[in-house]
Design a protein around this ligand. Sequence first.
Ligand code: PRX
Length: 689
Amino acid sequence: NNLPTTASHFRHVDAMVPQPSAAAAKLSQLKAVVLGEAPASEDDEVVVPSHEFSRQALVPSTQKYLEMYKSSIEDPAKFWSSIASSEFYWKQRWGDQVYSENLDARKGNIKIEWFKSGITNVCYNCLDRNIDAGLGDKIAIYWESNEPGFDATLTYSELLHRVCQLANYLKSIGVGKGDAVVVYLPMLMELPITMLACARIGAVHSVVFAGFSAESLAQRIVDCKPKVVITCNAVKRGPKTIHLKDIVDAALIESANNRISVDVCLTYENQSAQNRESTKWEKGRDVWWEDVVPKFPTSCDVEWVDAEDPLFLLYTSGSTGKPKGVLHTTGGYMVYAATTFKYAFDYKDSDVYWCTADCGWITGHSYVTYGPMLNGATVVVFEGAPNYPDPGRCWDIVDKYKVTIFYTAPTLYVTRYSRRSLRVLGSVGEPINPTSCRWFFNVVGGSSCPISDTWWQTETGGFMITPLPGAWPQKPGSATFPFFGVQPVIVDEKGVELDGECNGYLCVKSSWPGAFRTLYGDHERYETTYFKPFPGYYFTGDGCRRDKDGYHWLTGRVDDVINVSGHRIGTAEVESALVFHPHCAEAAVVGVEHEVKGQSIYAFVTPVEGISYSDELRKSLILTVRKQIGAFAAPDKIHWAPGLPKTRSGKIMRRILRKIASRQLDELGDTSTLADPGVVDQLIELADD
Ligand code: PRX
């Protein structure tokens, strides 16, 4: 029996339920929040959902949440199978065991399976099932171009037709079940179309964020060996034109050097950015999307797959250099993405939903494409940059489409625009500080929209700790409580579970349907990274504090991973990019707090002997990172380092570097164990601000 005992957990749960009278007593604090004043301690700042909101909410009260949560923990099989069977189409029901798991490497291989032997298809559930239920004429996608005034729409039926045409084309070139398809597209409608077309035929998409460089793209192509790469010739982002096809060309040359050749490069002609005449072309390999796809029939048989067949791969950064191919499978991911979407945003059929994330990241997978479309939602897909042509663009879009649910990273600007339509706000990707949370609530949400500060990861597939608007009094800056079926625990460095008010490493005990199943081609790394640090638990890599009322406060990564504007970057990746530069002998990268981006990248660089510091070298180092990884990973700061603080065994002491980077010079701590304590003084001298 794999069921964890729930007794100790429920001690927290019961303790964490604010009693109704306590909630009422906190109303005066609510007033303080609305007025934008902070109470003495962030732990005491409570925002109670309005009656009006709670009354109509899917989970209208704390009691209801607890009831559902308890049943999800006490009998996960029953809880999830009842959702899976009532809300999704299965060609064949799963076997006797709804799920099986082993999260303890001491007991054998780590294994997580949900709905095994159940036969289904995610694309069918997103499109055909909703169309059969009468949503054929409902808008599936409102597409908003980079340039204001250019837009397009697709109904669910139209979307299905487009998806089928592409699916048929892919089949015609020999792409089938289990084949990888690398997608390097910006936020055109063709991106969700491509994801759904792959899902329809059982192919495994691997979307690479179109801000990654040719080298990064090549690395991913070499790892998953796709038959086809799907891209477009160019895209406009803000005032800039980015020639994606040139990047793909370079990546394919690099892949070929590693003996991986790709037969077909399907290229969408994005006329607003570049015409086909000026696009470089390799005959025999390159194919214009518009020349082939529209010729195929608008219906396409579904490839029925096992719940445990892979749906997609998504590469993400870890604490070592090589990106990890996070693998999600079909059935559990489908059920989890849809259910978290529905409850965390309190989704209603009449909602218009906009998530500003790019489909190149997990947020775009679960909460632009799959979660919303499984619910038959109307989704805004935005091609451009949030501040182009001016900082009010986001709010223009909210007003234009009467967006009711707005989900974004907490790095936005205040503007003059009305947001009357908004009903629920969501935030993701980085700790949201109470001040910006208050701003989001007061200014963006007009003091009436609940905010869902959703904590989760590429690996978790969907929300893990998140407010359910309507159910819980919220505390600005806290992700609050676990979603159904999720059992977060906070452990100390020895892996001992901490009780009550505490601070430590965030782990999860027992699996949930949306959990990733492996790292592509490297199950051993999966076990080592996530399950061995604290045996018996999934280790998230995040620190977390639980307050006196049981609320969870994420405190940031505890490994060498940083979050820049919601983009996850491994410090080791940036370091290997820097040392790729012929004049860089050594580099150490840390994250520092940044007002707008959450964290920014701060690099200490030792040039090779004989090379002196110069602005030119600084620029060329930054350019190297842009070329090796992508512009979003470029360091904000290069700090010259004649030497780096190392222990006698040669390990770089990042703790000290972090303090120097954030100029907390009086908190350097003990430096006597360094091989050469003098380097610290040198570094401080070279801090140029
Ligand atoms: O450190 C946590 C942070 O983002 C990491 C996951 O990054 P990624 O896999 O790229 O997924 C981003 C979108 C889900 C986490 O380990 N993070 C995510 N959400 C929050 C957060 N930190 C604080 N508060 C959040 N709500």
